[in-house]
Design a protein around this ligand. Structure first.
Ligand code: FAD
Length: 565
């Protein structure tokens, strides 16, 4: 098989890339995705649902048994904790098919900082047209927004918000946070309804939005699914082909231009297996070093902590709504940290099951984090999943801000406005126990219904269930009373928002920290591009799916212009 453009990885970026490139009838585009492909009309109900909890509970959409380390050996206190399960999508649309649908761009200054770091053409004014192009914003019609792009973006009107969300909003307002109706257009501190990537009826994944039936009907686009690319084949500075495995047999595809869109964990893995990466590490694994670049360094995420609380029946999410968030952006004021660096978000339903319906959660994450992790080849060899280490909250500034965030959330939940709405607050964490009860099975449905009935009927039963099965470690009261304990809790439970990024950092070709140049071209190669979350030089302040799609739009545009020049 051969193509002019081979796009590897059919996730948020890959679907966007394949769709935009195949607009040029002179290109022959092949998109290769490791997971299952679904035509729009075949898409399962859990992927379409505007409430994302069910897709998250379906293991068939994820890379099986992927685990990540919280800390590297040096920063772990005492013995390094065992790696924990980590969700990464393996299905057409990638993360955009299973994620929380939060559709935020980040702040203008995030992209100006990219340009200052050497990414010419990625400042806010330059990326804004790509953000506008990818969306149809159903609430705002102005020069900041698109009106006819593939991704439908919509906020849930205030009249539909549940009592818990309204109570949090009330407290935040009294704390001095102003209302900011458009978080994709107004930067700075404030309270905003979350823009969501759905049209109110179904999810707008990159697969549904960009690979529509009419796009799929193009003669110059082929989608190959359930196929994993295992190696890129180089001749000098050019990639001439890619080896892949389909139905247990190996094959290869040749092409003129290759674009990697496997995400910030799998793109560096594929590069390193192919001889592109940190030379000394590759040599240790017996891999010939073709291009020596710091692939896999600079792993970024948004470290977060959370507190959950029992909601009285009147305060729970309304059945019609199924999903509701607001965000409160605030400034930590910590020395050396920028303004509007912290984000609190409110969920009136913490999981799909009956217990989740009774729990509200307020989380707090570091929008501008300093902690850095890495993706390396596994000591077990290049064929094993890579060794991923996040080091969430390892930087003292992140630790400090998350501990202060726990205090801030506690104060919100202790406010008199919560009387009759929320009780029994407890420090929560996305642990293996939460995952296992969150799997969508008959046993879990029965178990969670029984526990939920006890929670509603008896205050003592509720307390016992929360203290013994739901709370992450020490009681919230004890944590807040003791700074050291609180920080230890943050170290042990801080979790990212599933926003791995930065592992093929974009920057000046002359900068030894850069992996790709500002065109997305791998430095040292002639025809290999990376266009996914890996190329972020710095993480944008908010969620990263929309910035990732913007990256693919921008690089696709450059590739099309290059071909026509
Ligand atoms: C549980 C969860 C919740 C999230 N919630 C939100 C949210 O609410 N808002 C938000 O903005 N972001 C959210 N994110 C993050 C967001 O979805 C991702 O940042 C985004 O999808 C990254 O896009 P990508 O194209 O870089 O990678 P992905 O979307 O992960 O796509 C990579 C694709 O490449 C495929 N692939 C990998 N290796 C190979 C290979 N060797 N051969 C062939 N195919 C391969 C994978 O199967 C996958 O489909 C969430 C992520 C997760 C996991």
């Amino acid at each position: 098989m051969s193509a002019t453009h081979v796009v590897i990885g059919g996730g948020s970026a890959g679907c966007t890339m394949a769709s935009r490139l195949s607009e040029n009838p002179r290109f022959q585009v092949v998109l290769i995705e490791a997971g299952q492909d679904y035509r729009p009309e075949e898409t399962p109900a859990d992927l379409l649902d505007t409430y994302p909890g069910k897709a998250l509970a379906n293991p068939s959409y994820f890379w099986p048994d992927l685990r990540v380390y919280r800390n590297d050996s040096a920063s772990a206190q005492g013995e390094r904790p065992a790696p924990e399960k980590f969700e990464q999508a393996r299905v057409i649309g990638g993360g955009s098919s299973i994620n929380g649908q939060v559709a935020l761009r980040g702040q203008a200054r995030d992209f100006d900082a990219w340009a200052e770091a050497g990414c010419v053409g990625w400042d806010w004014d330059s990326v804004l047209p790509h953000f506008a192009r990818l969306e149809t914003d159903r609430d705002f019609r102005n020069n900041l927004h698109g009106a006819d792009g593939p991704i439908s973006i919509k906020r849930i009107p205030r009249e539909y918000w549940d009592e818990f969300t309204l109570a949090v909003e009330d407290k935040w307002k009294r704390d001095g946070l102003p209302l900011k109706p458009d978080m994709n257009g107004q930067d700075g501190d404030g309270i905003s309804p979350l823009p969501l990537s759905n049209d109110g009826e179904r999810r707008a994944s990159a697969a549904l939005a960009y690979l529509t039936s009419s796009v799929r009907a193009r003669k110059n686009l082929t989608i190959i699914s359930n196929t994993r690319v295992t190696k890129l084949l180089f001749e000098g500075e050019r990639v001439t082909g890619a080896e892949y495995v389909i139905d247990g047999r190996s094959d290869k595809i040749t092409g003129n231009t290759f674009v990697l869109c496997c995400g910030a964990i799998f793109t560096p893995w594929l590069l390193m297996r192919s001889g592109v990466g940190p030379g000394a590490d590759l040599v240790k694994h017996g891999i010939d070093v073709l291009i020596d670049r710091p692939v896999g360094a600079n792993l970024l995420d948004h470290p977060s902590v959370s507190i959950s609380t029992y909601l009285s029946p009147k305060a729970r999410s309304r059945p019609i709504l199924r999903h509701n968030y607001i965000n409160g952006v605030y400034s930590s004021g910590l020395e050396g940290c920028p303004a509007s660096d912290m984000v609190m978000s409110v969920v009136c339903r913490s999981a799909w099951h009956p217990i989740g319906q009774r729990l509200g959660t307020i989380s707090c994450y570091v929008g501008k984090s300093f902690s850095r992790g890495s993706v390396k080849l596994s000591p077990e060899g290049p064929d094993a999943y890579p060794e991923v280490t996040f080091n969430w909250a390892s930087d003292p500034r992140d630790l400090e801000r998350l501990a202060a965030g726990m205090r801030r959330i506690t104060a919100v939940l202790a406010d008199p406005v919560m009387i009759g709405i929320a009780s029994n607050p407890f420090a929560s964490a996305f642990s293996d126990r939460v995952r296992s009860i969150g799997a969508n099975s008959l046993v879990n449905r029965v178990l969670t219904r029984t526990a939920a009935t006890i929670m509603d009927k008896s205050a003592l039963g509720r307390k016992l269930l929360i203290d013994n099965f739901m709370a992450a470690g020490t009681s919230l009261h004890q944590l807040i009373a003791d700074d050291e304990r609180l920080k230890e809790h943050v170290r042990q439970t801080a979790w990212g928002l599933w926003h791995p990024s930065g592992t093929c950092r974009m920057g000046r070709a002359t900068d030894s920290d850069s992996v790709v140049d500002p065109h997305g071209r791998l430095i040292g190669s002639r025809n290999l591009y990376v266009a996914d979350a890996s190329i972020f030089p710095e993480i944008p302040t908010y969620n990263i799916n929309i910035p990732t799609i913007m990256v693919a739009e921008h690089v696709a545009d450059m590739l099309k212009r290059k071909a026509s020049s």
